[in-house]
Structure formats: structure tokens, C-alpha cells
Design a protein around this ligand. Sequence first.
Ligand code: N01
Length: 489
Amino acid sequence: MITSPRIAIIGAGMSGLCMAMKLQDAGIESYTIYELASDVGGTWRDNTYPGLSCDVPSRFYSYSFQPNPSWTHTFSSGTEIQGYFQRICDERGIRPHIRFNTAVESACYQDGRWRLRTRSGDRTDPVISDVIADVVVTATGVLRIPRYPDIAGLDSFTGPMFHSARWDHSVSLSDKRIGLIGTGSSGVQIITELAGKVRGLTVFQRTAQWVLPMPNRRYSRLIRSILERFPRLNVVYYRLWQTFFERMFGRAVVEPGWRRRVVDAWCRWNLSRVRNPELRRRLTPDYRPMCKRLVMSAGYYRAMQKPGVHLVTEPIDHVEPTGIVTADGRRHELDMIVLATGFEFHAYVRPLELRGENGLTLDEAWANGPRAYRTVAMPGFPNLFMLMGPHSPVGNQSLVLVAESQADYALWWIDQLRRSRIASAAPTVEATAKFNADMKAAMPQTIWVTGCRSWYLGRDGLPELFPWRPERHRELLAEPVLADFDVST
Ligand code: N01
């Protein structure tokens, strides 16, 4: 029995904070969060680009146990979301548990406990420390490491150039001819915000996107004060959005049927509002809606039709000091380039070096791609739990709720350590293999394999997403199956 297990949480983003609150609510204060940066918030701290918002309604993209009556919009801005996480961190007294500016470089399981090597302080004169933990919870997020495109001559560009997740706010925008590469969720939000406000906006689109025009309504003061006065209404609101998102998109992506036809018709109707037939043709995808992550935007097509916005669909050939040259030989003069080219989705916890029992490394365990038991644990890595691990249900769903289920699951095991003779637990190889085989069998039903290139797909061409309804994920994590675990006492 470990009455006061030492718990190391890696990352103080949405899921790390979720784990911390779950532990606190269970009366466990023996945890430390290691955070690479100097603030909480993860993706909401790193992404600050113009137009940033969440494409899941804010009422639903909140902790179910920590509602926020003050959201100003259906889809609130990134700044507001970041403020929500910062406020919660302070209100719940989590900050003293966080070691900021501290990277966990490796975590090795030895003699029944985890030894973490941390690096903090100055880059030139870092402080390296070893920390012992009974339990490790990785909460490192899914879209963390920016992906830079491999385009010839990119480094030769002389104007400002940065990734959407590393926005340089010292650069003025209104006087610039901006080239924007990438039309995923980030690119679309930036375009919608900047169109008509800058000297020129040239959008380099490799693949057209389906866009669902979800309206972004402002909550009036009256509504906000009612929600503050009657907190139960927040719960009702949350459940309504949850029901809509899970029943509509959560099912449409994993089951053929009428929902796919509804989303399809909705997206096509939206596209039909582009008046210029040639522009409409170039904005028309050649795959089915939701095969890629569905982009939510009520204003994108309007933005693309504004004066000063140019759509380029010719592939990029190379970059020169003052512009981009496309395959047709055309030179696009630019003052600045934004790379909205996505993230290294397949990294998961890496570059953190994980070593489990008998020296098993993460790269060895994941030689055939990232695999986990029910998205949270791995054979050979006892007392290690992953929030947002491989195959977590991330397709147009609230990751907050996903993190809550996974944190509850980790908490269940932590409770076993405190209350029973169990000293460590890791899922068996067989149970993990069965879970992954079941998922593989379910993949052909999903929309993600219907013929498109997306960050959802792993190196084997199969989606690294959860192929069943979101409710199933909660059911799978509701109560651990002891027979699926190797347990030591
Ligand atoms: O990245 P993406 P993102 N030359 O990978 C293009 C979440 N998110 O940052 O489609 C030219 O979707 C690439 O083209 P193609 C959300 O889950 C959430 O936009 O591969 N183009 C694509 O158009 C989202 O799905 C919110 O052909 C190149 C784009 O870059 C995820 O983050 C807000 C290229 C990358 O799109 C990622 O979105 C924003 C090249 N060499 C993001 N390389 C919320 O609201 C890549 N591209 C919560």
C-alpha cells in the first residue's frame, strides 16, 4: 500500500490541469506538474494567431465539473479559453504544484518506481535533476509540435515568416502582402480574420476543405447573468451541446447513414453560396465531408470573396527571398509568410524518452505505430497513464470530456495503490493487442478511410482515431477490467 503516492504529471495544459483537479477532489495533494513553458494552457498558450477560437462550443469545451457562465460566444476566442484555464489554475490552488520552465527529458521505470530526469533553468546553464515518482501521467497534448513544410528555398525568404502556432505579434499586418500556406482549421480561422484588413492575402491551398457554417453567436449580458445566477442551467446547456455534437458528428464519422448525408448537404449548401463559379470549383474538395477534420466556419467563404484575397491552387514550386513561385512559373510577391501547415500528430509524448520494464523503450513499443490499451495505458509501462494517448476520440469532439474520462481512469488505479496491496499495474500484451485488433476491424466503417490525406492517418494508412461512438470510450474507461492487467503486489 502506498498511502501517499508521488504522482508526476507531465504538462499543464487542459488535460494536466484536469488530472490535478481530479486528484485534489480525491484528497490527493502529493502531485507535481512539470511544465516546459512559463504558463499553463498548452495549445491555448502557444496558439495566439488572429481569429483563434475553438471549433467545439465553449459550453461543451469546458470541464463538466467547472462550468463557466461568462463565455461571451458560442465559440469563444483563444484568449478567453486561455483565461479560463489560468483562472481555474489559480482558483483551485494548482499553481504551487507546478514546476514551470521544466522539461521532463526522460522517464525510466526501475525497481518499481519511475525516475524522471528534468531540465530547468537557463539553456546555457541548465539544472538537471532526478525525481522519483510512483505514478506518471503524461498530459502532453496531441497537437503540440509545429510541422514545418519541406519547400525548396523556404529559408531564403527575407520577410517575416512564422508558423501559425508561433505567431509573432511584433509584426504589423495591415501594410503587408501576406502569403498563407495551409487551409486546415488554423488557416481558415486566420483567413477569415485577416481578409480585407491587410494589403493583400494570397492563400496557397494544396487541398480544398469542406466547411460547415456553424454560426458564432454572442451571449448577451442578460443570458450571462442568468447563467451566473442559476448554475444548473450551465449543466443543461452543456448537455445540449454534448448531445448534439456526439449524436451528430460523433456518430457520423464512425457510422454510415443519414447523419453523413445531412453534414454532406449542409457543407455543399454552404459552398453553393460562393457566387463565382470558377472560385467555387477551386474550393470544391474531391473527397467526402469529415474525411479530413471538418472545418467549422460561418465566414470563410465570405472572406475568400473579399477584395485583396487571392486563392492559389497551383502547387508551390519554391520560395524566393521576396515571394513564392508556383509550378506554373508564376511569382507571387509577398512581404510575409504564415505557415498554417499543422502539427506532428504522431509524436504524442515524444521527444520525452520513456523506458518501461526491462529497458523497453517507447520507440520499441511503438515500432508499428502508437498503440495503447483503451487509449490510456501501455503494456510494459506500469503505473503510467496517458491523457490524449493514441486513438483518443479527437474527431470534432470535446477533448476536455475525453481527458476527464482518462483522468478518472488513472485516478481509479491511483486509488488502488493507496487502498489495496497493489503496487503496480500495466495492461497485458494480449488485452492491448485485442483492443487494437478490434479497432482495426472497425476502421473500414469510418469516414476517415474514404479517400483523403489527413493528419488522422498513421504511417500504415489507418486512422489513429477512436473508431466508435464517443460514449463507447467512456464505457471502456468507466471501470477497469482487472483481468486485462498485470498487477504486482
Ligand atoms: O493543420 P492541418 P491545422 N504545402 O494539418 C497544408 C486543431 N485545431 O493547424 O490538406 C502546401 O489541419 C495542408 O494541406 P493538405 C484541429 O483539430 C483546432 O489547420 O495536407 N500546403 C493543410 O491544408 C485541426 O484539425 C482548432 O493537402 C501544405 C494545412 O497545411 C488541427 O488543429 C483551431 C503543406 C494543415 O492543416 C490542425 O489544424 C485550429 C505543404 N508542404 C486547429 N504542408 C480549434 O478550433 C501542409 N500543408 C480547437
